[in-house]
Ligand binder design. Structure first.
Ligand code: G1P
Ligand code: ZN
Length: 546
């Protein structure tokens, strides 16, 4: 192997490179510090075992700094001994597509460049994470090792050579390592064709079914245009904001009613198409909306699970369903009735991977607009959209009818999350610490009309490898199935974000059409009292309510 241009660069550690729930996320300017990215990449390579001669997958959501980072990583991958790097054309892979490509090529692992739904641009966020050969986010033992390495790094390896042209599908040699530039969409679209009944969806669309998909100027644009418009025949213009931009058009590429407000307004107007959906910066999140109805991500998981037999690739094959702890218990109700296992895991997709690798679960989801299955090891925005379209094509009913029938059969879990963003870290920690000290004594307390039946700081023991993750959030459960959850975000980049999740369970059909915030009003009041939030943080209102 040619080694002539390999250079060893001396460096000093940064003390803030601890990967969070989804890798390392910082402002672009922070990443642009000399050696900042290089240190982290070398620390990844030092923590993942023997990859000499093996294949790495590389791509990102196309945000500002994506392609600079790709050039840095290509040279370092070559200097460190990878045999091949497969890169998405123009540096693009949605997170789910990267997972597909890792698995399809039986790659050693992949590096995904994304800060997910966080805004992009020179003054906004960038991120990097490592996924293992199963296509999923690296487990904590690897991310912990990466962090340790970042604290002691003294040098890294790179090449002193020109950049590679990543704009064309082609194969290049980079000092003995192959760089293969592939179409970013093809493998992903192929897998979707295998999972879903494209003929049935195409027929529904040619019979007049209308849809609007908001790609939010982010990475799913090319994927959605190819699959929804070109392959499924949705009329031109069904995909909106479909051209990816480095700054997502200045928006916040997070598919919820607040940030995808254009879509939300359309779906609640006279001009509403039959189906609306949106995806985030890197394409792993999804929002599902029908004419005049928003489907909560928790309900979406439950409805997908309850209807899985309508999709042939999943018929009779759903082994279990997993949800993150703050996600509503709607999918538990479905699992109970279907006689399959349900699992409650800490927040973050990596916990689902072990359960899927061990064939314990097939479907999983998070309240934060993430839904997915064992077809890959990431959540998958377009997959969820196609799952819904497949269900709609078979049932030939409206989104609203499907949701309402679901509530009648399984009960309705009213659900909302209130985020208090950019709180001073100390105040946020005080809120959590206060709650932690209180939780044990809350059990059997009567508050208003409700009695607290359990409360704890969620601690998860992985049923596959017995690893323990503690301090995963405060859970307060009530005798009627309602819950309040408090946790701190692991993905924010300024100050701390406190998330409070509310859920109440309603089985009386007469009470199923209330306004969500009203239905949760009592829980909201209780949460503010128990946490002393207003006194400890000075905040009187949530920043974002979803
Ligand atoms: C947020 C979501 C979480 C999701 C993660 C990555 O993390 O709440 O469900 O897995 O983004 O998309 P948080 O900021 O709450 O730690
Ligand atoms: Zn994302």
């Amino acid at each position: 192997m040619p080694t002539s241009s390999i250079t060893t660069v001396s460096t000093t550690p940064f003390d803030d490179q601890k990967p969070g729930t989804s890798g390392l996320r910082k402002k672009v300017k922070h990443f642009q510090q000399i050696n900042y990215l290089e240190n982290f990449v070398q620390s990844i390579f030092a923590s993942i075992g023997n990859f000499q001669g093996k294949t790495l997958i590389l791509g990102g959501d196309g945000r500002f700094y994506n392609n600079d980072a790709i050039q840095v990583i290509l040279k370092m991958a070559s200097a460190n001994g990878f045999g091949k790097v497969i890169v998405g054309q123009n540096g693009i892979f949605s997170t789910p597509a990267a997972s597909v490509v890792i698995r399809k090529n039986q790659a050693y692992g992949g590096i995904i460049l994304s800060a997910s739904h966080n805004p992009g641009g020179p003054d906004e966020d960038f991120g990097i994470k490592y996924n293992t050969g199963n296509g999923g986010p690296a487990p904590e033992k690897i991310t912990d090792a990466i962090y340790s390495k970042t604290l002691e790094i003294t040098e890294y390896l790179t090449l002193d050579t020109d950049n590679i042209d990543i704009t064309h599908v082609a194969s290049h040699d980079l000092n003995g390592m192959t760089v293969e530039i592939i179409d970013s969409v093809e493998d992903y679209a192929q897998l979707m064709n295998e999972l879903f009944d494209f003929d049935a969806i195409r027929n529904m669309i040619s019979d007049g079914f209308t849809l609007c998909f908001d790609a939010m100027h982010a990475v799913t644009g090319p994927y959605a245009l190819e699959i929804l418009e070109n392959q499924l025949g949705a009329k031109k213009g069904s995909v909106i904001n479909g051209i990816p931009q480095e700054d997502f058009g200045g928006g916040h590429p997070d598919p919820n009613l607040v940030h995808a407000h254009h879509l939300a307004e359309l779906m609640f107007s006279e001009q509403s198409p039959d189906f609306g959906a949106a995806s985030d910066g890197d394409g792993d999140r999804n929002m599902i909306v029908g004419n005049n109805i928003f489907v909560t991500p928790s309900d979406s998981l439950a409805i997908i699970t309850a209807n899985a037999d309508l999709v042939s690739a999943y018929k009779g094959k759903v082994m279990g369903v997993a949800r993150s702890m703050p996600t509503s218990q709607a999918s538990d109700q479905v699992a109970k009735k279907m006689g399959i296992e349900s699992y409650e895991t800490p927040t973050g997709w990596k916990f689902f991977g072990n359960l899927m690798d061990a064939d314990k679960v097939t479907l999983c989801g998070e309240e934060s607009f993430g839904t997915g299955s064992s077809h890959i090891r990431e959540k998958d925005g377009l997959w969820a959209v196609l799952f819904w379209l497949n269900i709609l094509a078979v049932r030939k009913e409206s989104v609203a009818d499907i949701v309402k029938q679901h509530w009648h059969e399984f009960g309705r879990n009213y659900y909302s999350r209130h985020d208090y963003e950019a709180i001073e870290s100390d105040s946020a920690n005080n809120v959590m610490e206060g709650l932690r000290n209180k939780v044990k004594n809350l059990i059997n307390t009567q508050t208003g009309s409700l009695t607290i039946s359990y409360s704890d700081d969620f601690c998860y023991t992985d049923p596959v490898d017995n690893s323990v993750s503690d301090h995963q959030g405060i859970r307060i459960g009530f005798n009627n199935g309602s819950r309040i959850i408090f946790r701190l975000s692991g993905t924010g980049t300024s100050g701390a974000t406190l998330r409070i999740y509310y859920e109440s369970y309603e089985t009386n059909p007469d009470n199923m059409n209330q306004d969500t915030q009203q239905a949760l009003d009592e829980l909201i009041k209780i949460s503010l009292e128990i946490s002393d939030l207003q006194t400890l943080t000075g905040r009187t209102e949530a920043t974002v309510i979803t």
